[in-house]
Design a protein around this ligand. Structure first.
Ligand code: NDP
Length: 453
């Protein structure tokens, strides 16, 4: 490890004061997980499930770019795998270099992002190393988590719900210098306080998924769940699903959690989700062949939901996309909402529109979260009301192993990546709050440990 990076890591581990961190020399380069533009055609003709991030995701050095006035360098102690890193590493649905080129056209600062490599990662937890001249609320030494909304606040379109801004982007996916690196470059309005009862890796996994689920379930920009609502959550033990389940429970609702194994069903029950559907055990075949859906199977799912909670669901938390959307539109109650943020199994969607219009249902699109929503979601983590769903921890060198595991749907909850943190378990300041919620904080990790034994 180069001396400058080592000195930064040592200072953070020793809890050095901000002035000392501010005086440390910055390295010229840092290591990070990146894909290369000259390899973006490498998987041409390869079926999606056979594309292996080990071939495309490299751990390499990249020069640190100059810092814009509204940005900060963050020494990343830990980061996380999100599905968007899987998308980037298999170059689907598009290589991400086009996003970087578009950003480059907007300004001279934007031009820094257009490089023959893309440093990925949309989550990070660490310490501010330097803050640009226009940064007011953050200074070197601040312990932070990063939310991934990247927005140009000089654009008028960014001054309502910032997710509606025309130049809104996801940091580390549509921008360069993301979180899976020793040092990340972020805008000051991406920073949030680190939950101090969590380790670096526990605090690193929440930003993207927790904020997304907050907006989808709680926010007035999402489905605005009410007390007593029942919510069908697809992939309920997965990245966004496990936060959705927590929001439904916290808000006085009833989650109906869908998963695909007895172990996942057990995780969900341990979270307090009593109504669980193991979609594999039930053997649903919503598509009888590539072109034809089977409404009898939608009906079977609807019956199962009624059996479990006594009525139809008010809300469907939808993200698998093509495989499930027909069923999702069907099973939502009359007047209910299907809220969608993704299409993992395919984005060309088909559903029977009669069930939507005749039953006055709403199909609503949702994407990440604005700064305020991400801040509120982070506050709930800081207060111990929402808990990390960390199941596995990898080193930066093993980022591709982690991305492949997510790509193959082999994991529950979230996967963390240690960037500068040398081991798990570091970074906790509030032991009292931690002790109060330890069972919930470590729930996914314990299940993972039991499975490995
Ligand atoms: P994960 O892989 O962690 O979890 C997804 C879960 O979905 C899996 O655990 C699986 O659960 C379930 N699933 C996968 N395929 C199917 C299928 N064909 N039918 C039913 N269920 C399925 O991913 P995330 O939760 O992190 O992300 C989910 C999707 O949401 C991704 O496409 C991601 O890109 C997107 N996303 C979008 C965001 C946005 O802001 N727009 C933000 C975050 C994520 P099981 O097998 O147990 O049923």
């Amino acid at each position: 490890m180069p001396a400058a990076i080592d000195a930064i890591r040592t200072a953070v581990l020793e809890d050095a004061p901000g002035e000392e961190i501010a005086s440390l020399p910055l390295p010229e380069a840092a290591r990070g997980a990146l894909v290369r533009a000259d390899e973006q055609e490498m998987f041409a003709g390869v079926p999606s499930e056979q594309k292996d991030p080990h071939q495309s995701l490299h751990i390499d050095e990249f020069p640190l770019p100059e810092l814009a006035p509204d940005e900060a360098y963050v020494a990343v102690m830990a980061s996380a795998i999100n599905f968007n890193t899987v998308w980037t590493s298999i170059f689907e649905p598009l290589p991400t270099f086009g996003f970087l080129k578009r950003l480059a056209k907007e300004s001279t600062w934007g031009a820094r992002h257009d490089l023959p490599y893309h440093v990925v990662g949309s989550d990070a937890c660490g310490v501010v190393l330097r803050a640009g001249s226009a940064v007011r609320n953050w200074k070197p030494g601040d312990r932070v988590t990063v939310q991934c909304q990247h927005v140009d606040d000089q654009d008028p379109s960014a001054h309502d719900d910032t997710m509606l801004a025309t130049n809104q982007r996801i940091w580390g996916f549509e921008t360069n210098f993301g979180g899976l690196a020793e040092i990340a470059v972020v805008k000051a309005n991406q920073l949030m306080p680190k939950p101090e009862h969590l380790t670096w890796e526990e605090a690193a996994v929440n930003g993207l998924c927790n904020s997304t689920s907050y907006r989808m379930i709680v926010s007035r920009n999402g489905s605005r769940m009410q007390q007593g609502d029942s919510v069908l959550v697809w992939g309920a033990s997965g990245g966004i699903g496990a936060y959705a389940v927590q929001y439904v429970l916290n808000g006085g609702g009833t989650p109906v959690g869908v998963c695909s194994s007895p172990r996942r069903a057990e995780v969900l029950r341990a979270m307090g989700c009593e109504a669980v559907i193991d979609r594999k055990a039930e053997g649903y075949r919503f598509w009888s062949d590539e072109q034809t859906q089977d409404p009898k199977e939608w009906l079977r799912l609807g019956k199962k939901i009624r059996e479990l909670v006594g009525r139809d669901v008010d809300i469907v938390f939808e993200h698998p996309g093509r495989q499930t959307m027909g069923a999702s539109v069907f099973v939502a109650k009359r007047g209910g909402t299907i809220i969608t943020c993704a299409a993992t199994s395919g984005f060309m969607i088909e559903y029977d529109n009669r069930y939507l219009w005749m039953n006055l249902k709403t199909l609503k699109g949702c994407h990440f979260a604005n700064y305020r929503e991400a801040w509120e979601a982070n506050r709930l983590v800081c207060e111990g009301r929402i808990h990390p769903t960390l199941s596995r921890v990898y080193t930066l060198d093993r980022t591709a192993d982690a991305a492949l595991a997510v790509h193959r749907n082999e994991t529950e909850g979230k996967l963390a990546v240690l960037c500068l943190s040398p081991e798990e378990g570091l970074g906790v300041r509030n032991e009292e709050l931690r002790a109060k919620h330890l069972d919930q904080i470590t729930l996914f990790r314990r299940f993972e440990g039991e499975a490995a034994r």
